[in-house]
Design a protein around this ligand. Sequence first.
Ligand code: UD1
Ligand code: UDP
Length: 358
Amino acid sequence: MKIGIVLGTRPEIIKMAPVIRVLEHRKIGYFIIHSNQHYSANMDAVFFQELQLPAPQYNLGIGSADHGNQTGRMLVQIEKILLQEHPDVVLAQGDTNTVLSGILAAAKQNIPTGHVEAGLRSYDRRMPEEKNRVICDVLSDYLFAPTPVQENILWGEGIPKERIFVVGNTIVDAVYHHKDLAQNTSKILTTLNLHSKQFVLVTAHRSLNVDSKPSLEQLTQLLQAIPSITGLPVVYPIHPRTKANLEKFHLRMKGVTLTEPLGYLDFLALEQHAHLIVTDSGGIQEEACILQVPCITIRENTERPETITSGANRLVGLSVEKFKQAVAHHSKQKTEWTNPFGDGHTAERIVEVILSKQ
Ligand code: UD1
Ligand code: UDP
């Protein structure tokens, strides 16, 4: 048995780590192809180190580029490796260009593919991720849906039932594995001079929010208003895409503490100590929900509706008015909801499904 794992960005490294850990533990053969879509040390190497992952056998060094260029070069290189390695199955997690290339390269060679985090839909085709999700789900042989919500979506799209497996989300495995270590070892509160439950944690990097000057301006205005709305300081480990665009459009964020992207332990510690999380990230909406921290999502839609129905999350787009309403709503309700994303054993279930099909 040989499993090919394709990954390339920060969230894929974090969410695939539990699967890699199970494969190591059970001595199942595997190799990692890292596209290097993310390459800065604080978007890449820090996670291999903190999550104690083995170095990838293949590092493609793709880096940043326009969609077609980036996806195409990955496809060419991944195909070559798969022809050499002949894996029994290829696994990829999420919705990035790396995932699209990995699943497409394998599917073209009739290698069975497993899509981890299948069936998520924002129904917003302007998002590059939405296009990648749809294509990966259509092509994949094993669709690992986090919850019955995605199972229903996939049924509705005509995906045969026998391909769909509701297994939870590996982010729960990752959070449960690291949250105490993060609490016990991270010094980030002291470093940033923050006090537990007395700050707002922000992240934002979605193309729709940060790639045009008007939307980035609106985002900047919203984030600058948070201290006066909440009475709390704001800390924002800024994604390189957003940082580059702030520079490009000559915009500044005043009254917001910007830091470089943080390692997983520091970031998990900040999440656990935050009074409120404000984000457009997919994984961070899930983590807030798992960690029982109220979340406000600065998007018009989400492919994680479980976070909304559970009461953990509110959608506000970039509207200051809606943001104020969401803050008021969260302050009235108890932060008690059930984590819909599983019990922390998702990676084991994924590996079991693959073994049972060989
Ligand atoms: C990608 C994914 C997105 C995911 C995000 C996770 C796609 C289409 N997008 O978006 O779904 O939510 O990763 O963070 O696959 N940069 C660096 N260093 C890095 C990586 C990027 O400086 O290590 C900068 C470059 O200026 C680059 C920009 O960030 O042009 C965007 O990087 P890219 O990988 O294209 O997209 P992300 O916004 O990171
Ligand atoms: N994360 C991190 N450091 C940071 C910001 C995020 O370790 O400075 C982690 C976070 O805990 C989550 C993942 O990165 O697990 C989310 O990645 P991102 O928001 O880049 O991507 P998305 O989930 O939106 O695809």
